[in-house]
Design a protein around this ligand. Sequence first.
Ligand SMILES: [Zn+2]
Ligand SMILES: [Zn+2]
Length: 139
Amino acid sequence: MSNASIAVTGGCLCGNVRYRASNAAPEVAECHCGQCRRQSGHRYAAIRAKIDGMEIDGEDHITWYAASSFARRGFCSACGSHLFWAGDGRDYFGVLAASVDEPNELVMTSHIFVEGRGRYYEMDDGLPCFEGYDTPVGG
Ligand SMILES: [Zn+2]
Ligand SMILES: [Zn+2]
């Protein structure tokens, strides 16, 4: 997470879930793992927002699905929009870039879990690729 922090608002497609994050990082990491592919329909691009500083309206509309033993994925139970990734013990949520109201401040910076990617597309934007969260591929 960089030192720069921004405030963002966002929500799901139907509007039942709205959030404000006062301490978010603008860097977008795109995850290529099989879980993200299957849940999102393609690729899962998210920023990080400190939980301390987040306000969520409509939490009762969020379904949390534990896709692994260490993380849950929150989505709107009415419209299905993917919203949050919550890893056990982490002080931030992954917040789906696509859910941010004004995403123009966000910037794609990396690809993560690239070994799990679908081979139907190429990684051709020149951004750093990581096998996991922070281990450079080939480096
Ligand atoms: Zn919704
Ligand atoms: Zn993933």
